[in-house]
Design a protein around this ligand. Sequence first.
Ligand SMILES: C[S@@+](CC[C@H](N)C(=O)[O-])C[C@H]1O[C@@H](n2cnc3c(N)ncnc32)[C@H](O)[C@@H]1O
Ligand code: SF4
Length: 463
Amino acid sequence: MVRAMSEEYANDLQNLVNLFGVDVEVEHRQEDDGFGVSDEFSIKADNFEETFSQSYNLDEKDPLKRKSVKKHRAKRALYDKLSKRFGITLPWGCLTGVRPTKLARELVENGQVKEFLVPEVLEKDYCVSRDKAKLVSMILKNQKCIIRNDKLVDLYINIPVCPTRCLYCSFISSEIGAVKGQIDNYLECLVRELEAVKQVIKDKTYMVRTIYIGGGTPSVLSADQLDFLLSALNFPVDEFTVECGRPDTITEDKLAVLKKHRVTRISVNPQTFCEATLKRIGRPHKNAQVLKAYQMALEKGFVVNMDIIAGLPGEKFGIFKRTIATLLDLYPENITVHTLSVKNGALLKNSGTVLSEKDIAKMVDYAEKTLIERGYKPYYLYRQKNQLGGLENVGYFRDDHVCIFNIDSMEETASVIACGAGAMSKRVFNMENRIEREANPKFLADYIARIDEIIAKKKDFFA
Ligand SMILES: C[S@@+](CC[C@H](N)C(=O)[O-])C[C@H]1O[C@@H](n2cnc3c(N)ncnc32)[C@H](O)[C@@H]1O
Ligand code: SF4
């Protein structure tokens, strides 16, 4: 447990301590007289107790930047101490946030670091491992499609409904059986929100660069419901994604509707090709359904993304290796390799895994090496809380099939107009280096009941 006596870094320090996976109590006190800063730590574990401190001069006057430096210095000091005390190094060093690549890009964009020096700086200043630092550097090179322009926006639509709930998932999403009666009503409200958004886009001369329908599982909707929703989305974009996901929801007639409305990409997510694991994680689809859905998607000419998760309960390296081999036989344009995160909101409270940090790292490293050998390139990365081994999720593409929406949303380089229950809009002010966020209500019933208020707020937010 971390107690921060004078600063609001308790969460960051706590997250760092959690990543070490050790039982330790930390107290932190910080003083800042406007010129110099001093940190005092006291750490207590079963077999030792120690206090230590650091002080340094700090010229930075901007309060936000000053706070960010102080936080980094405190985290770094604690990392060094715990690392030495417990003999543990972490793959991402003292970095605890969701987006290591965003940090690296900002260092380059602000002129603080030359792009070719990114790996060195991550290693030296943040104690990131050499392999992860190189991965970040590769990813930055593959994100050249980023355009910093406040008029260019992405449009996101959320369908927080799934056929059933997978044990590991903590996304807010209802099982279709529980909300069936609300779906038509929900879609009508969603289309109303989209009509309002269209007017804002026109008035403010925004340009929609990509559309992404995510969830949940949007393909849980019927072909008619998809047709109704997609009819409201007549923007001329080159990238239009529908995150289908669960292979057991993908049918020929639904794909025909997506094609009719010029959707360009879909996902067909195996998560693993081990059927015993699928059963264990409450994801009742079969490999044959993945293959069939993929075949239909290929015939219709969609770019396909496939998600897998490393570290699923009961899986060891051999099973994971077979999943990678099958994936590479199929050779989809995009593959996203997730590392299992055991989150509070999930039905799976304990992964039941016997994997050590070394085992999970072996899987994730193997995926990276094998995919890269086969011609895939990493292009976006993010971390979540409680990921096994303190690891990450990485998206790979082959040829020129990056998903611009994935990059924009992870790197926060473009505004996102997000509609539907649980959707989070983001307004990026590039010149001011500032981001504002606005969330819609999370649950369908709330969203439906408050649609007028939601539309008014959305107009205000993007005005
Ligand atoms: C928002 S989910 C939606 C995808 C779709 N509903 C499906 O299940 O195929 C996106 C991806 O996040 C990943 N994911 C979800 N929960 C996770 C967890 N606890 N740990 C690691 N990855 C997770 C899965 O790979 C999933 O495909
Ligand atoms: S993993 Fe996908 S299908 Fe499973 S509960 Fe989460 S969002 Fe729904």
